[in-house]
Design a protein around this ligand. Structure first.
Ligand code: ADP
Ligand code: ADP
Length: 225
């Protein structure tokens, strides 16, 4: 029973041009339900590309992306978009919160867009913020929060619509080591609590070691170190 299966994914940017770069050359990876996997590789190896393909933000040249047993390569654009919005949560190095809205509103808005009633969306947003320790700061705008708090809010937003799969690209990469450690702890607690499957790209080997399994991107393929 797999949350995500990437099968023989290839991706080349600028094909046929002088700046052609074959980033993925037959990358395969499967995540069991509830499994948390670390994706490590040097900068430029293709981590973001792989995450974007897994999260249906980009399409592979060849290969298949299977989410919760459904082959996304066979779906049309509408169904892919619906799957991305409903089943996949994304976290980036930078929080990308909407600056003019409060922490709470940033977590409510994606739920409203997904058809959740306002009272229910607010209750869920408050619950998520409590669980990552930002409850007392719920009404602050992002600029009034610390870097660690901003990232915790971004985690809550990614989980707002109860995705089954979480994809994270250096989720604590912008934070100092101590904050990074704490914020990562909060993320892991949230992920374990909800039984989410997660693929988390990181340069930090200590954080990688706290996940269930580590894989590496090497010459465009996923390898187990
Ligand atoms: P990582 O996340 O491991 O740093 P990326 O997936 O961002 O790696 O990038 C892998 C390689 O592909 C890099 O050489 C990068 O410059 C190149 N690349 C990424 N996105 C594009 C794009 N949209 N167009 C052209 N080249 C790209
Ligand atoms: P990171 O290293 O944090 O993964 P990057 O700076 O490599 O982020 O990439 C940020 C965004 O820019 C990604 O969406 C990636 O696809 C795009 N990108 C990266 N390299 C290139 C490139 N050479 N040409 C065009 N887009 C690129």
């Amino acid at each position: 029973d797999q949350a995500l299966s990437l099968r023989d994914i290839t991706k080349t940017y600028n094909p046929g041009r002088p700046n052609e770069v074959a980033v993925l050359r037959g990358a395969s990876l499967s995540l069991d339900r509830g499994e948390v996997v670390a994706l490590v590789a040097p900068s430029g190896a293709g981590k973001s590309t792989l995450l974007h393909i897994a999260g249906l933000l980009d399409t592979p040249d060849t290969g298949a992306v299977v989410i919760d047993g459904a082959d996304m390569t066979r779906l049309g654009d509408h169904a892919r978009t619906a799957t991305r919005r409903g089943q996949v949560g994304f976290i980036y190095q930078f929080h990308h919160l909407l600056p003019e809205f409060s922490a709470l509103e940033n977590i409510i808005l994606p739920q409203l867009a997904n058809g959740v009633a306002k009272a229910q969306a607010e209750a869920r947003a408050r619950d998520l913020l409590e669980r990552v320790g930002v409850g007392p700061r719920a009404d602050h705008r992002p600029a009034a929060l610390s870097g660690g708090e901003q990232q915790r809010v971004a985690f809550c937003r990614a989980l707002a619509n109860e995705p089954s799969l979480l994809l994270a690209d250096e989720p604590t990469g912008n934070l100092d080591p101590e904050t990074s450690d704490q914020v990562f702890g909060a993320l892991m607690a949230l992920v374990r609590d909800t039984g989410l499957s997660a693929l988390i790209a990181t340069h930090n080997m200590e954080l990688a070691a706290r996940m269930d399994r580590v894989v590496r991107l090497d010459a465009g393929e996923v390898v187990t170190p």
